[in-house]
Write a new protein. Sequence first.
Length: 166
Amino acid sequence: MSNKPTPQKIEEIVKSFINEGKLMQVITCQNNQPWVANVWYSFDENLNFYFISRNSRRHSQELRKQSKVAGNIALPPFEGLGQKARAVAFEGIAEEVGMMASKEAFNIYRKRWPQAIHHITDKDILKNLTKVRFYKITPTLFVLFDEVSFPDDARQELSWGNKDKK
């Protein structure tokens, strides 16, 4: 009998990590040159990620030209070498959220980050009064690295294509 975890178990842990994490690294690539940015994220029931960023930032410009991105969420606390690592990486498709969908994105983001209302409103976006935009990442693959739950085989993949219910 195999001790390989089921996709359901991997999904359960991925969801837990996404819920527990707060800061995400988003990796874009333009002209064969990678770039990483740290963003505060929120997510919906389908594990689509949402974040805000100025439309002039490098990662914002690059994802508009090349929608394929990668990312990572590592769970603290970080103590040092020898500590059992726990993180979830992903591949996905990123997009700037359109004006009409900004209200929904704002509501999803505000659930996690209520103080966002002090920095941006959905009306500011709709009236084009701000340089800040919402971005959405639809994951296609999660790669869980969890030496706590899976000490013998910490790297576990979870395909996530066609999971979006909307």
